[in-house]
Design a protein around this ligand. Sequence first.
Ligand SMILES: C[S@@+](CC[C@H](N)C(=O)[O-])C[C@H]1O[C@@H](n2cnc3c(N)ncnc32)[C@H](O)[C@@H]1O
Length: 210
Amino acid sequence: MWAEKLGKQLGHPTRSVAGWLVSKMLTVRNRVLEENAVQLCGIQPGDTVLELGHGPGLGLQSAAKLVTGPTGHLIGVDYSEYMHQMAREQMKELVASGKVTLHHCDVAAMPLADSTVDKVFHCNCYYFWPDLRKGAAEIRRVMKPGGLMVTTLKLSSVATFAAKRVLPAANWRPESYMEALIDSGFTDVRMEDKLFKHIVFQAIYATALK
Ligand SMILES: C[S@@+](CC[C@H](N)C(=O)[O-])C[C@H]1O[C@@H](n2cnc3c(N)ncnc32)[C@H](O)[C@@H]1O
């Protein structure tokens, strides 16, 4: 019962006691995943960088320190109104300056022009998409040719245990997402095990072929 409730809130946090607890959990437990995804992307100062399912906004805040060039721009999308507002509040100065743009929308339908994004990252997010191929195709659509996408995940954690209770098994497997990426026209799709300060996690890489 508690695992299902937690799993639902992880997939779409709402403004509620459970949603607030999940936002605290994400902030404390997922910093390593978010910060490593940012590092693994190889962000350059002038890049346009996109985070999918940003949650409270830890990864966006970390990436904002790297997107320092005059053309550098950071975009975040999340379909939870609560997470969208929380990230907006956390980064109000960056949003006001135009360095960061946040969209309250679904990954499968982003209000972004074709071939405009250099780097994409996301953490603990793809499992919740109802259609992995639709999500992967939309990511590729907005990416520039040769752009890099990195996703980080932890295959063993309390959160993943809870999320698995509410998700179809096919969505959960990294292989399903990697197949969707290949079918949507990504190349060099691979997964690596990573170790950071005694924490084991996985990183999936994919390059947009166009
Ligand atoms: C488990 S949380 C992870 C948040 C953050 N990336 C982290 O690791 O702490 C998943 C996030 O993805 C968002 N999300 C899930 N499916 C989405 C979709 N189809 N479109 C946009 N956002 C989505 C949820 O609203 C939630 O904020």
